[in-house]
Ligand binder design. Structure first.
Ligand code: MLT
Length: 264
């Protein structure tokens, strides 16, 4: 579906009813990353996925960094008449989730930080973002998908689930070039969210695949230590897109987390 929020088109899906959960995808994905979760949780939930600015069916608009992604998420909640939602962000979606917490915390019922980290880019990582911008401008999104696909999934998925690797590669190769360029700026310039961790006072679950090489378990543990009362779930046999690689386990821990919220 497409709606208008923050002055531009936003692509989204909205399935089920119950506690609202808004899912934010990583780089360079689209909302289809979350198809294994939509309508598939064991607890009643309104599962909503959205395309971040410049990806999928969402219009590009002004590049706004991770703050822009966060503002669009808040705008979508406005459009859907949702006051507070559980925000679940994977990797870049996690960086946007930290921004959403800083800018719109009244909209946050709880947080799910998936395969992401609090720290900013190192100098070397910033340089790699600039190099990737040159690559995508010269050779297109397929070249980015080719470069990223190996790290995007875990060893187990590469060995046992080539169909999923193909699906993910296809998703990434369809990402619009300009959306990728803008996102690389957003990634390169994102602030260090480490100081944000101590400000988080809503229920928080951190999920990470034990084979994630892009945002490894040690980054998840650092967030877990920094967020008082948070819960850490390490998913065996999953890499960076743990929700796609181990959807059964991921949906189970997410459902349990949602149940724990309603019990509070
Ligand atoms: C992502 O999956 O969103 C990216 O790998 C994040 C990053 O490169 O920092």
């Amino acid at each position: 579906m497409i709606t208008f929020g923050n002055g531009r088109a936003i692509g989204y899906d909205d399935v089920g009813s119950g506690v609202p959960v808004l899912f934010l995808h990583g780089f360079p994905h689209s909302r289809s990353l979350w198809s294994p979760q939509l309508g598939a949780l064991a607890t009643p939930a309104r599962t909503i996925s959205m395309d971040l600015r410049g990806f999928g069916e969402s219009a590009r608009g002004e590049p706004g960094g991770v703050d822009g992604y966060a503002d669009d998420a808040a705008a979508l909640l406005d459009v859907l008449g949702i006051e507070r939602a559980v925000i679940a962000g994977l990797s870049m979606g996690g960086y946007a989730t930290f921004a959403l917490w800083r800018r719109h915390r009244a909209r946050v019922r709880a947080l799910v930080l998936c395969d992401t980290k609090a720290t900013a880019d190192s100098e070397a990582a910033q340089g790699a973002r600039v190099e990737m911008q040159a690559l995508v401008k010269e050779r297109g999104s397929m070249a980015v998908a080719n470069q990223m696909i190996t790290g995007m999934v875990g060893r187990t998925t590469r060995e046992k689930n080539p169909e999923l690797v193909d699906e993910l590669h296809r998703m990434m190769s369809l990402a619009p070039v300009q959306g990728i360029v803008d996102a690389l700026d957003a990634l390169r310039t994102r602030p260090d969210s480490t100081p944000t961790l101590a400000t988080i006072d809503v229920p928080t679950m951190i999920v990470v695949g034990d084979e994630d090489v892009l945002t490894p378990v040690k980054d998840a543990r650092a967030m877990h230590l920094g967020i008082a009362g948070s819960r850490l779930e390490v998913i065996a046999g999953a890499g960076h897109v743990s929700n796609m690689e181990r959807p059964g386990t991921f949906n189970h821990v997410l459902s349990e987390f949602l149940v724990s919220l309603t019990a509070q």
